[in-house]
Design a protein around this ligand. Sequence first.
Ligand code: COA
Length: 239
Amino acid sequence: MPLLRTLPLSTLDDAAYDRLWPLLDEGERARARRFVFEVNRREYVAAHGLARLWLGRLLGRPPAALAFAPLTPQGKPGLVDAPAGLDFNLSHTDGLVACAVTLEVGTRIGVDVERGERRIGAELATAMFAAEELAWLDARPAGRSGPDLVTFWTLKEAYIKALGLGLSLPTDSFAIALDGPTLIRDGGSLPVGQACRLWVRDLSSGHAAAVAWMGPAWIEGKGQPPTDLVMEEGLADLW
Ligand SMILES: CC(C)(COP(=O)(O)OP(=O)(O)OC[C@H]1O[C@@H](n2cnc3c(N)ncnc32)[C@H](O)[C@@H]1OP(=O)(O)O)[C@@H](O)C(=O)NCCC(=O)NCCS
């Protein structure tokens, strides 16, 4: 079951921030100290603190004892000594951080969050989007402008993050339809026998969150109710 927990930074007061800091390891604290702007430091500490508290709760381990290491050559972080089936992913943006988790064997997850009012320019969309996505946009009154571009962007980002490939996967090599949303062409990026599910949600904080989840196709076809995204917010129940 895919899980998403978001943390609006407006809800993170100084006392909570001070409780997150000691949960980070030396490498994380060193990276946090290197941020020039305090706002970026807070986003980083919030994202990594959220991941530690939540993964610690889900796995029954002390949050400060968790160790992270790259899972893919392109830098997707993984958990050292992770139980079979665990995958997680982080995203941070202006005012919000998020962590997505999946716990079923053979599944992977990716998340991207963006400010709702963010706009993607037509030139960037033309360079980054698949032919099917551009054709769909061109058939709409707003064309290659407006909020649909950000929705495509967050979904595509979540997909490449689930795979752990980052931008080494050309973003025009696979295509998403906003109806669903659905992956309509994987371009060979999805291993044979795997299915992908996508969600995009508008949050009360004014942000949008997209999640991509992939796993063995049999999970989808077992006759069970469709897997849905379970959403949670904040830190209050995690201390
Ligand atoms: C690095 C990248 C994985 C995400 O970058 P981003 O959107 O700027 O940042 P996000 O906040 O959503 O995600 C960053 C987090 O993803 C994780 N991450 C890093 N590399 C990753 C990878 N290869 N796969 C999955 N997750 C990764 C890390 O936890 C990182 O946070 P941390 O450095 O604090 O640990 C990569 O996809 C990228 O550079 N994207 C740029 C945006 C873009 O051009 N998107 C095209 C959409 S059409």
